[in-house]
Design a protein around this ligand. Sequence first.
Ligand code: 4AD
Ligand code: MG
Length: 433
Amino acid sequence: MTQWVYIEDVADHVGEKIEIRGWMFNKRSSGKIHFLQLRDGTGFIQAIVEKSSVDEEIFQIAASLRIESSVMIEGIIREDKRSPYGYEMDVKNIEVVQIPIEDYPISKKDHGVDFLMTNRHLWLRSKKQFHILLTRNEIIRAVREFYNLKKFVLVDTPILTGSIGECSGEVFDIEYFDLGKAYLAQTGQLYLEAAAMALGKVFNLGPTFRAEKSKTRRHLTEFWMNEAEMAYYSSDDNMEFQEELVSYVVKKVLERASDHLMAIDRDLKPLEKVKAPFPRMSYDEAIKLLQKKDFDIKWGDDIGGDEETGISEEFDKPVMVYNYPRNIKAFYMQPDPSNPEVVLCNDMLAPEGYGEIIGASQRIHDPDLLVERIKEFNLPVESYDWYIDLRKHGTVPHSGFGMGIERLVAWICKLDHIREAIPFARTIYRIHP
Ligand code: 4AD
Ligand code: MG
């Protein structure tokens, strides 16, 4: 029996006869030779079928292969310095699993994005998507690893919720049996706050939902968020923790996925600069900077996507903008004791024009102030009974944040649009496939 080997491991089998199980994504042929381009999900390799060294039947099979044929191919691995993959296979035998029954719709020609998204189930097989998805895999691995190193406890927060976490205008609701409306979680934060009072420092990583009508290249309706919540952390502690997290993730991705990044022409130099500490700038300073750069903005306005780009292009590391006006931030944020018009919070803006990747704050821990703010925001106090309860039983200052995984992937891979940062993007225009 010939050993089945993944393409990523062929270097350990030079000179041996092995089997590769995969798909033929391209083929070049002349009268006496077929060059089969194979992929198996771990890498790419060229397999060479020479008329003179295989049975006529095998040579004919090679001739009949169409793009995306599924095949199990036996052959001898050879190192080849000229090959872009470093190794090649001299084919001895081909077992066909399927010769496609239709032409493969995706070719080398320039397809429009809409066509590609409609064929996302097949587009995933393309090289660029392969490199992005493997980078995403390493990003998520590094995020989890960091929390484990820091001895955080993973707390999986619910997706079906009875209270709204962020901003009530952007929530998906569903009928929930006899209990009225339930909502798809916009955040797991409120639950993490409960867990932090039990377990000290906690994190989650899961899908979140926003019925955002935003049509920008930064917004999805379903995205993955990593959130953390830490008892006894101030807003400053929170910021220090975030810069350590992001520095760690970028460092690990450079160690483990730089081949993937280079394969999609991502310049690594800007990423190599991403080391804590990161520059910090108060909201007040950010407004002054934007005004100096001729943005039409005044104190009290929210900082939108273009403004974020305007700020972040001044720095070659992520920048943290802190202490925004209370009126443009969520109800649960702790007012700054030295200026109650602003809240103790920060956004982290990625460099190279990628905008907000983290939203963070210290949370209100005083029960009366929290109720006051819930009412001010016209939210139903009853739904927040348990959340307010947390402030009645040994309340402590605490802080946390949420980091958008696709925003992180889009920045690290330098993608034009967030839709390629997730396997199956959900936007207001697309729910299929
Ligand atoms: O700033 P946001 O809305 O913060 C929260 O939800 C807090 N409750 C988190 C917390 O403190 N536990 O969202 C956090 C991050 C943003 O910085 C952004 O990276 C990402 O989630 N995000 C989105 N990503 C893709 N598509 C969208 N529509 C997003 N909305 C937010
Ligand atoms: Mg935000």
